[in-house]
Design a protein around this ligand. Structure first.
Ligand SMILES: Cc1ncc(COP(=O)(O)O)c(C=O)c1O
Length: 468
């Protein structure tokens, strides 16, 4: 795991004379900004800032960690929210930005193909598919909206979703149904997460698929509970169901994969779904404002574009000849939203994939599991803490969710921040606290978090002064 700026720059083919400008450290801004907890008190000014570099791993993982500019006085355990950029990504963005600022017209003209030749092909390599199976987006949200709004749905057909999915899947499918006359069927995956099993969830899903079901919309790793879905088992059952259906009515499996992407050792083949959608600005530590939609073996024939593509030659050619573009999208180019972009971010995405591949997908997954398991095991000894995330690795990934008796999740996040630990809460109806170990963390940080978690207590109730 050796990262040198030169090696990465050369691999990226960056020939412009960009200096090694260091961008100021991006400080994790805390929990989901759509539901921010009250601001924490700053730790007392009299105390010197601690330097958590003492929590180094003492092994090759320290080299990975050195690629980031996280503030050293905090333990960053919310990498799932919004990525910090590692050195190679930072350098590539900076180099492209400088070049674009010099002559945007010429530089875009000469480099536009990097979207396909660098970024899409890197995503394709990473997930074991062909480049044409990938579309670049700007977020998971945009990708899911493109898939569900674009789905060729007939009135009366159904999209099956689960109660436990995230806001974006619920909203994108709801809006798509409203426009097309399709229906949404919602099921609960389990009555009690403490007793959840893969077989029971697969059974629930399969028994809710009927003749009208056109798509099953699921989330790979749930951002509320950290539950990992048995996507492959579900896909296998859907293959069986589809054997008895007309090709045009096949049930499609679409997955919001963002919280299993770049922390699980997966390919499209291993997942078996028809659409895998993820943001690249979370666990991949890719440029902020990047994401992907990846199609399985069926390709993109079941969706129509929602936003005019700038990169699909067939659409341009049809328009120039005064004709309609073909109804079937042949490649990811067709689904990919057009418009000029933050090209420095879209192009630098290739560096994020290389960064992970240099470490090794399998190693990243094993490290994430090692740290998450250490955290979950340690939590078992903390009184008043109720672990929400299932223990078995086949039902969990890097998100560790929990509650603390008598404290709201936001109060726990605030208390942890006072102790210099960055946790988060997602804006679900039933929120939980999340700590999310990633490849940027160390076992010593997990132990520190556990020690501090054991100390936090609810504030005593405020005394109400009685008027005499
Ligand atoms: C499950 C899930 N999907 C999608 C998103 C949104 O991701 P993005 O910011 O890439 O749209 C989040 C969280 O922000 C999430 O938890």
């Amino acid at each position: 795991m050796r990262f040198t700026r030169r090696g990465f720059m050369a691999a990226a083919g960056l020939t412009i004379g960009a200096g090694a400008t260091t961008i100021a450290a991006t400080r994790e801004s805390g929990p989901d900004t759509r539901d921010p907890p009250p601001k924490a008190e700053a730790p007392p000014a009299t105390e010197p800032s601690p330097d958590f570099t003492r929590f180094a791993s003492g092994d090759e993982w320290d080299n990975v960690r050195r690629q980031f500019t996280f503030s050293p006085d905090m333990v960053h355990l919310s990498a799932l929210l919004l990525a910090a950029h590692p050195e190679p990504v930072r350098q590539a963005i900076e180099a492209y930005r400088r070049a674009l600022d010099t002559d945007p017209t010429q530089y875009v003209h000469e480099n536009n193909d990097r979207l396909r030749d660098a970024s899409m092909s890197a995503a394709a390599r990473y997930l074991g598919v062909e480049t044409k199976q990938v579309a670049l987006t700007e977020s998971t949200t945009m990708g899911l909206a493109l898939v569900y709004h674009g789905l060729k749905l007939k009135p009366g057909q159904e999209i099956l979703v689960s109660e436990q999915d995230y806001y974006v899947t619920h909203e994108a499918t709801r809006l798509a149904a409203r426009r097309t006359g399709a229906l949404i069927r919602r099921l609960s995956l389990f009555p009690d997460i403490g007793e959840v099993t893969a077989d029971a969830m697969v059974g629930r899903i399969v028994e809710n698929i009927n003749d009208k079901t056109r798509a099953v919309a699921l989330t790979y790793v749930h951002s509320s509970t950290g539950l990992k879905m048995p996507v492959r088992q579900i896909a296998d059952r859907i293959v069986e169901i589809n054997k008895k259906r007309d090709e045009a009515d096949h049930v499609l499996l679409s997955v919001d994969g963002v919280h299993g992407f770049a922390n699980q050792d997966i390919t499209m083949e291993s997942l078996g779904c028809d659409f895998f959608v993820a943001g690249c600005h979370k666990w991949l530590f890719g440029p902020r404002g990047t994401g992907i939609v990846v199609a399985g073996k069926r390709g993109f024939k079941d969706v129509l574009p929602t936003i005019p593509s700038f990169t699909d030659g067939a659409s341009w050619a049809a328009w120039q000849k005064g004709r309609d573009a073909p109804d079937t999208i042949q490649t990811g180019w067709g689904l990919m939203p057009g418009g000029f972009k933050a090209f420095e971010h879209q192009w630098a995405l290739a560096e994020a994939f290389k960064f992970h591949e240099t470490i090794g997908k399998q190693k990243v997954a094993a490290r994430t599991a090692e740290l998450a398991t250490r955290l979950k095991e340690g939590m078992g000894a903390i009184e008043k803490l109720r672990l929400i995330t299932p223990n078995p690795p086949e039902l969990s990934a890097g998100i560790v969710s929990f509650d603390i008796e008598d404290m709201s999740p936001n109060a726990v996040v605030r208390k942890l921040r006072e102790r210099r630990i960055i946790a988060s809460v997602a804006p679900y109806a039933r929120p939980h606290v999340r700590l999310t170990p990633a490849i940027t963390n160390t076992p010593a940080e997990i132990d520190y978090a556990l020690e501090e978690l054991g100390k936090i207590k609810a504030d005593p109730p405020k005394s109400v002064s009685k008027r005499s």
